[in-house]
Write a protein that binds this ligand. Structure first.
Ligand code: CDP
Length: 226
């Protein structure tokens, strides 16, 4: 399998961070402001998990799941995600798919199968990529590397708001438990664990809104462009 970096592989802003840290919204916003493409790498792990479940593959069968990852029949079109021609844009966002994605993301063969697919999103236009290992593995030469953090409590509140849930009920508690479980799995896995690279800018968004977070990253971008 080829895992070539492109000749313009520095033209990437890599944004990594834990679940519900705001990466997706922030990365998409920055891509639009800078007129770059946007890669939601988590969607590829989620799609692989959903596809494996649809095909009733045993979760322990790393090789078969990696094979599915390598041949995902996915199309990203007009903000929609089609898997085998079916619109799964919303289906892949469930917490269940997220937990399964986290499970299969720990498999080295799955990560290897998705590596080139992620790099292929980069064109001369440049890219803003969000995930867990954008700076450490997929785009190590990225011109700007951001690591977003926020407390688990704040992130659970954001997710509850997104889902229109009260922030003191049982469902909220479950969201917090799921977030902490997925964080622990992502941080402690042997391959590509979630952690900031040495040259990452750390941005704690606990007390920042989306606009403020976007502005902070654009400020760093202006500094490196000077
Ligand atoms: O939306 P959220 O931040 O909760 O998750 P996501 O970015 O869609 O990623 C879902 C899962 O895929 C994560 O919990 C990770 O285990 C895995 N993932 C990964 O391992 N590497 C990436 N570059 C992106 C996601």
């Amino acid at each position: 399998m080829s895992t070539l970096l492109s000749p313009y592989d520095t033209k990437v802003i890599a944004i990594d961070g834990p679940s519900a840290s705001g990466k997706g919204t922030i990365a998409a916003r920055i891509a639009s402001i800078l007129n770059r493409d946007y890669l939601d790498s988590g969607a590829l792990y989620r799609l692989t998990a959903l596809f494996a479940k649809q095909r009733k593959i045993d979760w322990a069968n790393e090789e078969q799941i990696a094979q599915l990852a390598a041949t995902l029949p996915v199309i990203f079109i007009g903000g929609k995600i089609l898997l085998n021609d079916l619109d799964v844009t919303h289906t892949i966002r469930s917490e269940e798919v997220g937990l399964n994605a986290s499970k299969i993301a720990a498999y080295p063969l799955v990560r290897a199968a998705l590596l080139q697919r992620q790099r292929d999103f980069l064109t001369t236009k440049g890219l803003v990529a969000d995930g867990r290992d954008m700076a450490s593995v997929v785009f190590p030469n990225a011109e700007l590397k951001i690591f977003l953090t926020a407390s688990a409590q704040v992130r659970a509140k954001r997710r509850a708001l997104q889902l229109d849930l009260a922030i003191n009920g049982e469902e909220f508690k479950q969201i917090l438990v799921d977030i902490e479980k997925r964080d622990a799995a992502d941080r402690t896995r042997a391959v590509a664990p979630l952690q900031p690279v040495a040259d990452a800018h750390i941005l704690d968004t606990s007390s920042l809104n989306i606009d403020e977070s976007v502005q902070k990253i654009l400020d760093w971008y202006q500094i490196i462009k000077k």
